[in-house]
Design a protein around this ligand. Structure first.
Ligand code: NI
Length: 280
């Protein structure tokens, strides 16, 4: 049984055929954690999780790109982000729902920088809101799903600054989602006790830099995800992604670690079940 630990079936990309997508996913015996990126999508993730108890779960948070209005050029699905304030009481109320298994996705994003305010101002705002998410997770005893994206010119910077904040806050009950930084940085996160999660990016021929990270990361510290509707794996690249395609991520890990896909499936499912305390 596979678990897609990070999908966005709560997003508009599925508004026309969500029932079919869900029935394909659940028909394959999968479980999914739908991740919120702002209040409305967090609410929707919770609603879906309540509807499919024990099969779907939710994570709630305000993604750093939604702290300011900016154009987001995602590879398959570009959109304009809306500016939103992090109203802690609202998120706390939502996060207390039984189906909520994490605070996320939250963190730092230096890739999508608005042009109409100084960079330092936006970075500081992101850090401040991120710390408030950490405090909320601590208060509710929930893990965090971390989002981190650096600029192309400084691929490790956001990751290192995020790690610094987590260490200052003495918080390591978190998974770093869609890992895309260097092996050196991955080692620092692993040493500090974090989990690492991989998407279909590891199947891209131009993502060879991530392969040593997959090879190095111990089996009990990794999880798999799609980040659907984004980042469809190489075999289905260009299509809208969906939870079923997490299989391609598992296959790539099996190939790189030279083990069977069953071993990857079993271990990543066990890891996700324990980390998010999923009541299977
Ligand atoms: Ni995501």
């Amino acid at each position: 049984m596979l678990i897609d630990t990070h999908a966005h079936l709560n997003f508009n990309a599925y508004k026309d055929d969500i029932d079919q997508v869900i029935s394909r996913t659940l028909g394959a015996g999968m479980k999914v954690i739908n991740v919120g990126s702002q209040f409305s999508t967090s609410e929707r993730a919770v609603k879906m999780a309540k509807e499919y108890t024990g099969q779907m779960y939710a994570a709630v948070a305000l993604h750093p790109i939604h702290l300011h209005e900016t154009y987001v050029d995602e590879v398959e699905i570009p959109f304009k982000s809306r500016e939103e304030k992090f109203v802690e009481a609202d998120y706390e109320k939502l996060a207390k729902e039984k189906s909520v298994v994490a605070i996320g996705e939250c963190g730092l994003d230096y890739f999508h920088m608005p042009e109409d305010i100084p960079e330092i101002e936006f970075v500081n705002k992101q850090k401040e809101v991120f710390i408030r998410h950490i405090n909320l997770a601590r208060k509710l005893d929930l893990p965090i799903i971390l989002h981190c994206r650096s600029t192309k010119s400084e691929p490790d910077r956001a990751y290192l600054e995020m790690l610094e904040i987590l260490k200052q806050e003495n918080f390591n009950h978190a998974v770093i989602h869609c890992y895309t930084a260097s092996l050196e940085v991955a080692k620092k996160y692993l040493e500090a006790g974090f989990m690492i999660s991989f998407t279909g990016i590891i199947t891209f021929p131009n993502a060879k830099v991530l392969w040593p990270v997959v090879e190095f990361a111990p089996m009990d510290r990794i999880m798999i995800e799609t980040d659907a509707p984004y980042l469809a794996p190489q075999a289905v690249r260009g299509k809208r992604n969906e939870p079923l395609y997490v299989r391609y991520v598992a296959e790539k890990i099996a190939e790189l670690k030279n083990i069977s896909i069953n071993q990857v499936e079993e271990k990543t499912t066990e890891n996700a079940t324990n980390f998010f305390k999923l009541n299977l």
